[in-house]
Design a protein around this ligand. Structure first.
Ligand code: SAH
Length: 343
């Protein structure tokens, strides 16, 4: 609930409005995970809240820490038994958390581990916030950046995503700057257009992976539903409405989308959009046979973009020793729970 909604809820319980403010602060600033912790609320109110309200607490079931760079992967379980993963990364400019927006994913991108078991369900705004809150609390780090780039398609969970963004950036809450938040999408056109009109100052990242319609379709089934010209037009609309440059994500797959013609097309597309390009050498997953180009090929692909005036970076790899790629940790956990079989 937003603060005004919470105020309405609390006053309907017969309590004074200032109790809502206290409760909101416990949840969104002090990051309490139970009503018991809220010691300046009367015991009777705490008991009533515990009886009728749900804090959507995320319980950490596994925390892995990379020996290479300190990156941490968290596996959280929600009350219905679903597990999702989130990542904490340390950068020189601060700490960034990558959160999941759904348990599983319905989009079916060919190289992605999150989608193999399909979509189980979308996460609520509270469950998305919980990932940030629990990580800040457990790690003791101040989280400055949030990226919605974990499992799931955020624009397939639109209303909860928007509520999450409102609460995350609320000045009465954790107050993370909207400019430090990125939402990544596979290209759901109506969602991009709608988000543009919310006028958040967040960054939109589009998972492009090929600037050629036919090739993109082979990697991403959603491309058949929303063709490239339409997706790129929606990105231009996003830029026009918000003034925020779009980022293009491009997972490099050896022998598939890493050739000179691919680079030329990508440079043209990025140039027209004034977009930044983020290159990600594909993370091989067990279930698929994709491999990544070698280091030199990645650098030369990047140089081709830079020569054409495109701002392009290669994503720094983090936590490679702790199931780096999307959905891998959750899958290995599920496979252990099932005695090694993934149904
Ligand atoms: N559904 C959203 C966000 C989740 S995925 C989206 O599609 O953007 C976050 C990013 O990781 C996307 O760009 C996705 O295509 C990419 N990704 C997923 N699996 C990957 C893998 N095995 N290797 C490299 N990038 C991957």
């Amino acid at each position: 609930m937003t603060l005004p909604q919470l105020t309405e809820y609390i006053t309907a319980m017969g309590e004074k409005p200032y109790r809502a403010k206290q409760l909101y602060e416990w949840m969104h600033v002090r990051l309490a995970s139970s009503f018991d912790e809220m010691t300046n609320l009367p015991a009777g109110l705490r008991a009533r809240l515990a009886g009728e309200a749900d804090l959507a607490a995320a319980v950490p079931v596994r925390i892995l820490t990379s020996k290479i760079d300190g990156t941490q992967k968290y596996l959280f379980r929600f009350s219905d038994g679903n597990v999702i993963e989130s990542v904490l990364m340390h950068y020189h400019h601060g700490c960034s958390v990558c959160i999941s927006s759904q348990a599983g994913c319905a989009m079916g991108c060919k190289f992605c581990a999150s989608t193999i078991g399909g979509k189980i369900r979308s996460l609520s705004a509270a469950e998305m916030l919980e990932q940030v809150y629990r990580i800040q609390k457990l790690s003791g780090e101040r989280i400055s950046n949030v990226v919605v780039m974990g499992s799931g398609e955020p624009l397939d969970n639109y209303d909860h995503l928007v509520r999450f963004l409102e609460l995350l950036t609320d000045e009465n809450g954790l107050h993370i700057s909207a400019r430090s938040v990125t939402v990544s999408t596979c290209g759901i056109v109506p969602g991009i257009r709608k988000l543009a009109q919310e006028h958040f100052q967040i960054t939109l990242a589009l998972s492009l992976h090929s600037a050629d319609q036919e090739k993109r379709e082979r990697l991403m089934p959603i491309a058949k539903r929303y063709a490239l010209p339409e997706v790129l037009e929606a990105c231009r609309f996003y830029f026009a409405c918000t003034g925020r440059r779009v980022t293009l994500e491009y997972s490099l797959v050896h022998g598939f989308n890493d050739g000179q013609e691919d680079a030329r097309l990508l440079a043209k597309t990025a140039g027209e959009l004034h977009a930044h390009v983020n290159l990600i050498p594909v993370n091989p997953i067990e279930e698929r046979s994709f491999s990544r180009p070698d280091y030199r090929a990645v650098q030369s692909f990047r140089e081709q973009l830079v020569r054409k005036g495109v701002n392009a970076t290669v994503r720094r790899e983090m936590g490679t020793d702790i199931s780096g790629a999307c959905g891998q940790l959750r899958r290995s956990y599920q496979s252990e729970e099932n005695g090694g079989c993934i149904s």
